[in-house]
Design a binder for this molecule. Sequence first.
Ligand SMILES: [Zn+2]
Length: 62
Amino acid sequence: MDTRLLEILACPACKGPLVHARAAEVLVCRAERLAYPIRDGIPVLLDEEARSLASDDPLLAR
Ligand SMILES: [Zn+2]
């Protein structure tokens, strides 16, 4: 997947930056603790597809 594409992706809800969690194949909005799925290399940036993360979710750790 094109890394530069991921760098310009912003959260559709808060417009904040998304962090690519490669192992989980999700894009994480740290501000809102949401994880957007990546399916077949395509980020699915839809509210209804986003998964809420617990505050201690490892995906939120750096
Ligand atoms: Zn957000």
